[in-house]
Write a protein that binds this ligand. Structure first.
Ligand SMILES: *[C@@H]1O[C@H](CO)[C@@H](O)[C@H](O)[C@H]1NC(C)=O
Ligand SMILES: *[C@@H]1O[C@H](CO)[C@@H](O)[C@H](O)[C@H]1NC(C)=O
Ligand SMILES: *[C@@H]1O[C@H](CO)[C@@H](O)[C@H](O)[C@H]1NC(C)=O
Length: 262
């Protein structure tokens, strides 16, 4: 009996782990081509190992590895609402996948549902980077755009204010009941190396895309290197209320769009 219990638990855990490892996007900068066997490449591996072990401690780490032209800067971060177990699993997966997806690039970024990882030979730490954004919007439209957009605007202001409050580690999240059977959920997260001002700037740019690219859509995510914003009509962040279960719409139901800063 006990072993059956354990088996079910392991199965459940592996399902959860698979979900937490949902890959959203990667960016491999082809202007930063390197040889996979070079010193720089070895330094990237060493940096990744350090970042993984440090991120387990509090969900965030930055670091550098190497000297001179072979020096590399890195940042790893989990979404602030994710458990340390899910964080660990996500960052571990991210550190392996980024090297597979971008084996010959010294400048790479990877976004998962639960975590984000980045490295580059240029020092990007502490700077808000909104040069390139990736937008995923749910193909379905809301039925009542006018009232929906009003509620989304109000909720966005609220979660941004929360994210830039000292001590909140760049995380803001909240929900709003739109009707007795429909609730709007929104989460924003800056990387924790940013100042409050830089975080606010990144989030304003990210949210600014809602009206253009996510207009009247049931869900949308905007991914930048320095911040992410997301809203959905289903629960997707923690903690869950008693009645709630994590929702999920497969990636195929989202269209993606890349925006470059003018
Ligand atoms: C880099 O090159 C690879 C292989 O040619 C390509 O698949 C990828 O889209 C390129 N990345 C960017 C950001 O252009
Ligand atoms: C990569 O570096 C190794 C060792 O220095 C060298 O033998 C190999 O030809 C290089 N490969 C490329 C594609 O430059
Ligand atoms: C959503 O609305 C847009 C703009 O009105 C329309 O082009 C699109 O076909 C709609 N999508 C669906 C799935 O109904």
């Amino acid at each position: 009996m006990a072993s059956l219990h354990n088996l079910i638990l392991i199965l459940l855990l592996s399902i959860c782990t698979a979900e937490s490892a949902e890959l959203w996007n990667q960016f491999c900068n082809n202007n930063s081509k390197i040889n996979y066997t070079s010193q720089l490449s070895t330094n990237i591996n060493s940096l990744l190992a350090e970042l993984v072990s440090e991120t387990i401690l509090n969900g965030f780490s930055t670091g550098t590895y190497g000297k001179g032209n072979d020096k590399v800067f890195g940042l790893a971060q989990c979404r602030g609402d994710v458990s340390s177990k899910d964080c660990f699993s996500c960052i571990q997966t991210a550190s392996k996948e980024i090297r597979k997806l971008c084996p010959n690039q010294a400048d790479a970024q990877i976004w998962y549902d639960y975590c984000f990882l980045r490295y580059d030979t240029d020092n990007f730490l502490g700077q808000s980077d909104t040069s390139t954004g990736i937008i995923f919007y749910n193909v379905e439209n809301v039925t009542d755009p006018y009232s929906f957009n009003k509620q989304l605007g109000t909720l966005s202001d609220k979660v941004i204010a929360e994210a830039i409050k000292p001590g909140n580690k760049g995380l803001g999240k909240g929900k709003k009941e739109l009707s007795s059977f429909l609730t709007l959920y929104e989460l924003v997260q800056c990387t924790r190396d940013l100042s409050q001002l830089s975080c606010a700037q990144c989030l304003a740019t990210a949210i600014g895309n809602f009206a253009t690219f996510c207009n009247n859509k049931k869900g949308c995510r905007v991914l930048y290197s320095s911040c992410i914003v997301r809203y959905e009509l289903y629960p997707f962040f923690f903690p869950l209320d008693q009645k709630e279960t994590l929702g999920n719409v497969p990636v195929e139901n989202y269209y993606s769009y890349v925006v470059h800063k003018p």
